[in-house]
Design a protein around this ligand. Structure first.
Ligand SMILES: Nc1nc2c(ncn2[C@@H]2O[C@H](COP(=O)(O)OP(=O)(O)OP(=O)(O)O)[C@@H](O)[C@H]2O)c(=O)[nH]1
Ligand SMILES: [Mg+2]
Length: 195
């Protein structure tokens, strides 16, 4: 994908109505700090257009990035950050639920998992839940640059087993530092929105 322009077009809070877009959407889910905003920046060829922070829980809204007036990359709020209150966790859950349930233009859901760790109970719950909403999420194993090359296959296997992935599910390793995996992710996005 050649990026001509990007625009953070809509920021949706807890109570705001979801936009009724006509362009296709692809969404990025995953726990706080896993690298959703960094991935979106990487895909847009921008350093810091999507807000990134050392403080997990930065993205607390649903952010719609309009790419070339062709599609939206949708940054979903992260789940499962320990330091936020139970009430706040529930609010996020509701918001993501409302989005997955209500978006008519959603063509694909990417679920991001940190390649360094076995998936958590929250990751597994999120995966099962996305599947139960009728989507087959594509898995992105983030922070690839943080492990040794020799650990990659083993860690991918751990992600597969930990989530109990449906056979045939793609797991794409990605690093927002080296941008490895970026072209493959764009190919998948284009495949999903044009088919
Ligand atoms: N080394 C390395 N660091 C990364 C990578 N991706 C993200 N990070 C770092 O991880 C931290 C969190 O990244 P974000 O992109 O803000 O994560 P997020 O999933 O959007 O987090 P929330 O908005 O809190 O849900 C930041 O310090 C990033 O610089 C990666 O591929 N490699
Ligand atoms: Mg974020």
């Amino acid at each position: 994908m050649i990026i001509k322009n990007v625009d953070l077009e809509t920021v949706c809070g807890i109570t705001s109505k979801l936009p009724e877009n006509t362009l296709p959407e692809v969404a990025f889910a995953g726990k706080s700090n896993v690298g959703k905003s960094s991935l979106i920046n990487g895909l847009m060829n921008r350093k810091s257009y999507a807000r990134i922070s050392a403080t997990p829980g930065k993205t607390q809204t649903i952010n719609y990035y309009n790419i070339n007036q062709e599609l939206y990359l949708v940054d979903l709020p992260g789940y499962g950050y320990a330091k936020v209150s139970e009430q706040e966790k529930q609010r996020w859950g509701k918001m993501v639920e409302r989005y997955l349930h209500g978006s008519k233009q959603l063509k694909a859901v990417f679920l991001l998992i940190d390649i360094r760790h076995d998936p958590s109970a929250n990751d597994k719950m999120m995966y099962d839940w996305i599947v139960s909403q009728g989507y087959y999420p594509i898995i992105i194993a983030t922070k690839l640059d943080k492990i040794k090359r020799s650990q990659k296959d083993k860690q991918i296997k751990a992600v597969r087993n930990g989530l109990g992935l449906v056979p045939g599910t793609a797991v794409i390793p990605f690093s927002s530092v080296t941008k490895q995996g970026k072209d493959e992710i764009w190919e998948l996005i284009e495949h999903c929105i044009y088919s």
